[in-house]
Design a protein around this ligand. Structure first.
Ligand SMILES: [Zn+2]
Length: 366
């Protein structure tokens, strides 16, 4: 409740142009914005935070297991990925609280309860999506490279191709940073020299400390690229609830912050949750000159806190596909630990971390 009040106060402050600078600068000095999205809606009725935590965690286990078992780009994967991402954002502010400690988690992977399903559907605007609903046909953004596929409720999902990579080649990507408490810095240490990576950052995390981190990313030869200003919108809705103009405004202020801090305009764009309407994506490509980028290996690194389990999952996914654009998050301790081991594992097993420039050539080439 307290967080919600502070957030809405800051958001309205941000609406005033004269206060915008002060607003940016306030971001890194406190921890309010370590959560990516505005505070969750008040739980229905008299639900306790512990009960909400249990409900979200049980549903997250269900959906992340489902996403892990399906191939990225398939309908089952996209639906599970979206639901799980929503639940992850809701759990983040509750993690580490008394609610988390007192929660009793039902681990039998039963179907999530009706209230949780309704919440997920409402967030993505899935409404009364029917089982045999008519989905729009896919829209090709660049043949073999990027396609918008429609999933439940006609949600447009960016599906990435990686045919431009040879077997054994990987591109490493890190979302939702920068973290200003050492996690991103650890990734930069592990990836120094041999593993140029793309960091898809959030504008709302680019206060002075955040800008110092991305300056360091760029100085070390990594790509600092566009994710969004917020992970969802200011109103806590995904990009698909925005007009194209609103999407461009959101990305524009994030691009400006990146350029100011690093001296270089961002080269890539990955929409939060991977969802964006084709016309908004095309407009972003034209306006900012970015290459759209999804992923082809989803480590689901937020679904477990156990680094050993995550390392096994990640390496088995990469081995299965033999190459890929790997999605991780430099905001979770387990991801950062696994990344360090992964860099070594890739080298020991004949994989090559390629410069993300390869993707720009694939997108721009004929
Ligand atoms: Zn993200």
């Amino acid at each position: 409740m307290k967080t919600a009040v502070i957030l809405s106060a800051l958001i309205s402050l941000n609406a005033l142009p004269s206060a915008a600078g002060a607003f940016e600068d306030s971001l890194s000095s406190d921890n309010i914005f370590s959560a990516e999205v505005p505070a969750p809606p008040a739980p229905a009725g008299d639900e306790t935070p512990g009960a909400a935590y249990s409900r979200y965690t049980a549903a997250l286990n269900h959906y992340s297991e489902m996403a892990f078992r399906s191939e990225p780009g398939t309908e089952a994967y996209m639906e599970a990925y979206l639901a799980a991402s929503y639940l992850r954002d809701r759990l983040e502010p509750l993690g580490g609280t008394a609610a988390a400690k007192s929660a009793r988690i039902d681990l039998d992977f039963a179907r999530p309860d009706a209230a949780t399903l309704a919440e997920v559907a409402d967030f993505f605007g899935w409404g009364q999506a029917m089982k045999d609903e008519q989905l729009s046909p896919p829209v090709t953004i660049k043949a073999g490279f990027a396609t918008i596929k429609y999933v439940k409720g006609n949600t447009p999902f960016l599906v990435q191709g990686d045919s431009f990579l040879k077997r054994g080649e990987v591109i490493l990507t890190f979302d939702d940073g920068p973290d200003t408490h050492g996690l991103t810095a650890s990734v930069l240490e592990s990836n120094a020299g041999s593993a140029p990576s793309i960091f898809f950052v959030l504008g709302s995390k680019l206060g002075p400390a955040g800008r110092a981190v991305i300056r360091d990313e760029a100085a070390r030869g990594h790509e600092v690229s566009l994710h969004g200003y917020w992970h969802a919108t200011e109103t806590g809705k995904p990009f698909t609830r925005y007009s194209t103009e609103q999407v461009l405004a959101d990305l524009g202020r994030t691009a400006d912050l990146i350029k100011t801090a690093t001296g270089k305009a961002p080269s890539f764009f990955r929409p939060p949750y991977g969802i964006i309407a084709p016309q908004a994506l095309r407009a972003a490509i034209d306006r900012f000159g970015v290459t759209p980028m999804g992923w082809t290996v989803d480590t689901l690194d937020w679904s477990t806190k156990d680094p050993d389990e995550l390392f096994e999952k990640t390496t088995s996914l990469i081995r299965q596909r033999g190459k890929g654009i790997v999605l991780m998050h430099d905001i979770h301790p387990q991801s950062v630990r696994v990344n360090a081991r992964l860099i070594k594992w890739l080298g020991d097993n004949g994989y090559k971390v390629v410069n993300p420039e390869a993707a720009v050539r694939a997108f721009r080439g004929s």
